[in-house]
Ligand binder design. Sequence first.
Ligand SMILES: Cc1cc2nc3c(=O)[nH]c(=O)nc-3n(C[C@H](O)[C@H](O)[C@H](O)COP(=O)(O)OP(=O)(O)OC[C@H]3O[C@@H](n4cnc5c(N)ncnc54)[C@H](O)[C@@H]3O)c2cc1C
Length: 462
Amino acid sequence: MKYDIIIIGAGTAGAMTACRATQQGLSVALIDRKLKQNIGNKTCGDALAKYHMDFVKSKVGFDHPKGEELKQKITGLALYPPNKKSKIILHDQEGYVVDRLLFGQRLLNLAIDSGTELFSDYIFKDLIIKEKKIIGVKIKSKKTKESEEIFANVIIDASGANSIIRKKIPYFLQKCTENEISNVDMGYAYRKIINLDNSNQIEDIDLIQIYFDHKLARGGYAWVFPRGQKSINLGIGGMKIMTSDLHEKYNQFFVNFPELNNNTVIHEGGGVIPMRRPMNSFVTDNFAFVGDAAFQVNPLHGGGIGANLEAGIFLADTVIKANENNDFSEQSLWQYNIKYNNKIGCTHAALDIFRLYAYIMPNKVLNAVINRKIITENDVMSAGLTGALEMTAPEKLKKALKGMDIFKYMLKIRTMAKKMGRIKELYQNYPKESKEMPDWIEKINNIYHGLKEPYENIKNIK
Ligand SMILES: Cc1cc2nc3c(=O)[nH]c(=O)nc-3n(C[C@H](O)[C@H](O)[C@H](O)COP(=O)(O)OP(=O)(O)OC[C@H]3O[C@@H](n4cnc5c(N)ncnc54)[C@H](O)[C@@H]3O)c2cc1C
């Protein structure tokens, strides 16, 4: 059987790519190892910014969550330092906490109604390569144990953070893509969804609450995401190499929230998140990555749903154009790199630099920076939305960090802001052709030079 596109993985990224492509008349086979009724379910914080949904609705008609699917409307974020003595509140940050399964099922059904052929309960086994070209995939039915071969002009890896497909791309097609993710860039998070026995236990119900604590959530944070008055999503996450006993850390952190503890746990679990800048290139001949498989996640907070949805649209639009030109080469699919990185990748790249500096600051510095308002609401807003950090007055910084090896941190924060600006510019001026990539990658590598070393030697972190 031959299709225009085969997509492995029917999560948010794969289902959205399928939806857009079939709406525009392409034939799509969507493969997932889960049973149809379980597709979309995922251990997640379930939070999503509204502006992503505005874009998605305008392009494919996938509407904002409502009814049973909408667990909580969000109006902003509260960020807490380790000693919780103050908070930064970011207002006017509209978003949603959703029921992940219902959200995923609605998207999947839209893709199916638009013409996508779903192979649920099928597992990806291998790529089919002929004359140095990827032409199809081998899949196996979990029910019948039978293998099948299906073919397409473009194969898409939307199989998530642990993608096995990227390792299957032969070396001669690994042009500018990456087939590995470093330990420093892999996040791990553990969360519980809890039914609250008494309602009205949640303060600030319309705020996403983020708690920094680099003793317990090393290279990450703990979160409290309300899901209405009756349930809540509580979690903790950080860099995988620094978070061995996350379950225990969860218990230690949430012992301080007794009002949320004596309640019924509906679901608990953990999962990995690629917390890094986007992959150098998402495409090679006849092949593309999307979603977590492409590292399209906000590296600062690990949110990927919104970026994945938008990326799926950019990718489908690029394949539609490639189909018109009957050219599925790397260069023909390259536009997807440019579109994504111009809009989202540039901010994520800057926030990756922010992450590598911020997540190594000791708790006492985080306390000083937040409690003494060294970084203000506006600084965080502009860094989060645009990846640009305009630091507040340096004198304030000097005073706040008094007696704390001050120059070391001042210099670090200034260098960080500069590097954020530089990498953002590089991603905004992403190469027009793959032949410009070696030069671009060298510039990126220069920005990262030495930044990951302290994490690799984790004993240095106090
Ligand atoms: C604990 C945790 C909390 C998070 N919190 C948030 C949050 O609050 N907000 C947010 O925006 N993001 C959050 N994220 C990240 C978000 O969940 C991901 O970015 C997003 O789900 C990725 O979507 P995806 O479609 O790329 O991959 P996935 O959702 O992982 O989908 C991949 C699909 O591929 C299928 N698949 C995999 N391998 C195969 C195979 N070999 N054969 C066939 N099918 C296969 C899987 O069954 C799955 O359906 C969180 C992640 C974790 C782990």
